[in-house]
Design a protein around this ligand. Structure first.
Ligand code: C2E
Ligand code: CA
Ligand code: CA
Length: 423
């Protein structure tokens, strides 16, 4: 099968020609989905066999002058040459080839009497409109392919200029986040958690903000996802833990009774091998009683590496910190994990609280969640409470702790001291 070099020659030639004859061509970047899993679970020999089968199917599907090349482990390119001079016709033909490719790859594959099913994600770039060089063409095909992956795999995406803009924006954001870390541009606000029966402060949730150099405060919704995608959430997360410890240490010396402080922790942080050690060192370094710290993790921690995760959470428990499930009800569908994890608390997601007084089904679900926490001996808190009606209803159901604008917004440490702490 042609390799990258042959493909480059073919595309270089095509780019020269199409500029003259007005024909549209296209490149289909085909990447097998989850091929690594096949290799890991069945061994490399079976993986090779599978690739051969895919090669032969793709070759059968295409005819002269089109070209199929293999450019990496499980990456293939189909170059469709001189498709049409009409854009609409070209797009139709490309679509039909793409459908055939997805179909032929998804057909049953038999290796050593075992049956397998595999799928592919396809990025498509048209030329000469979208690229005047092999390099640019491949880069854009790659961008479109990643879009296909993020659309749930087993599909195709045609490259559009705005995809590149989005990626450029992301890169800019990532490099700015790096700088923000170096220059300590993050700050923490704290949002009160209140016992609705006596209106006493019970906890504070630490929420990170980014004070950008131009004086703007950027909210976490605008950068946490990118921080997670780029792995930067790990150093940012360590900064948050450090900042919370410093804050508690300062508060301890001024105020005799402190609420617990909750810290949001991403899946990636939990999976970081140094997480437990680092937290334990921080608690010692600043002399923080562990029971003042509660970690909020989302249900998504149960999606991968469950055994490892359970181990890590158990270690965290032995440090003495509390564990809470954030955004409860929005994520993982199996409740089985609730029994496996050493949890202290569930935090009912804002989206349920929002509808609880309007929608009877939501009300039923929330009632069931609260009843379940009692059965499992877990604490429960509702987040995003915005009015008295929600508070009353939740208290009737047995939930007494609340966080939300009805009580207070996230605020600076100075505001918290002034309004909540007694000397
Ligand atoms: P979250 O953990 O669910 O935090 C609660 C968010 O809901 C906060 O937004 C808070 O301001 C907002 N909120 C509180 N009460 C109400 C209410 O009554 N109504 C409405 N509409 N919203 C309310 P914020 O501070 O913008 O944080 C957004 C998300 O960013 C957090 O959601 C959390 O997932 C993430 N995040 C914040 N800080 C950190 C952090 O230090 N580490 C990590 N990994 N994630 C963080
Ligand atoms: Ca949270
Ligand atoms: Ca939440």
């Amino acid at each position: 099968m042609p390799n990258r070099l042959l493909l480059k020659q073919s595309i270089d030639a095509a780019l020269e020609n199409t500029a003259l004859d007005g024909f549209i061509g296209a490149v289909l970047f085909i990447d097998l989905d989850s091929f690594k899993n096949v290799n890991d679970s069945l061994g490399h020999a079976a993986g090779d066999e599978l690739l051969k089968i895919v090669c032969s199917r793709l070759t059968k599907l295409t005819k002269e002058p089109d070209l199929v090349a293999r450019i990496g482990g499980d990456e293939f390119i189909i170059q469709l040459k001189d498709i049409s001079t009409e854009m609409s016709e070209a797009l139709q033909i490309i679509q039909s080839v793409t459908e055939s490719v997805l179909k032929t790859i998804s057909k049953k594959i038999t290796i050593e009497q075992s049956d397998f099913y595999i799928s592919a994600s396809i990025g498509i770039v048209l030329y000469p409109n979208n690229a005047d060089s092999f390099k640019l063409l491949m880069k854009r095909a790659d961008i479109a392919m990643y879009q296909a992956k993020s659309h749930g795999k087993n599909c195709s995406v045609v490259f559009k200029q705005q995809m590149e803009n989005v990626i450029l924006e992301k890169h800019k954001m990532i490099s700015n986040l790096y700088k923000a870390l170096e220059k300590s541009e993050f700050i923490l606000d704290y949002q009160p958690q209140i016992n609705g029966k006596n209106n006493q402060l019970v906890g504070l949730e630490a929420l990170v903000r980014w004070r950008s150099p131009n004086g703007q405060t950027i909210q976490p919704n605008e950068f946490i996802t990118i921080a997670e995608e780029s792995g930067l959430i790990i150093p940012i997360g360590y900064w948050v833990i450090d900042a919370v410890c410093i804050q508690i240490k300062s508060w301890i010396s001024h105020f005799p009774i402190l609420p617990y402080i909750t810290i949001n922790v991403s899946v990636l942080q939990i999976q970081d091998v140094d997480f437990v050690k680092n937290l334990s060192q921080k608690l010692k370094l600043y002399d923080i009683p562990a029971h003042l710290i509660e970690l909020e993790v989302t249900e998504s921690i149960m999606i991968t590496e469950i055994d490892e995760t359970v181990k890590t959470l158990k270690k965290l428990k032995t440090l003495g910190v509390k564990l809470s499930i954030d955004d409860f009800g929005t994520g993982y569908s199996s409740l089985n994990y609730l029994k496996k994890l050493p949890l202290d608390k569930l935090k009912i997601d804002y989206s349920f609280v929002k509808d609880i007084t309007i929608d009877i089904e939501t009300k039923t679900i929330v009632k069931a969640i609260i009843a379940m926490t009692k059965e499992l001996d877990l604490e429960v808190i509702a987040e995003g409470v915005e009015n008295e009606e929600q508070v009353q209803l939740l208290m009737q159901m047995g939930c007494n702790n609340f966080q939300g604008f009805y009580y207070d917004k996230p605020n600076s440490p100075a505001y918290i001291e002034k309004n909540y702490f007694k000397k």
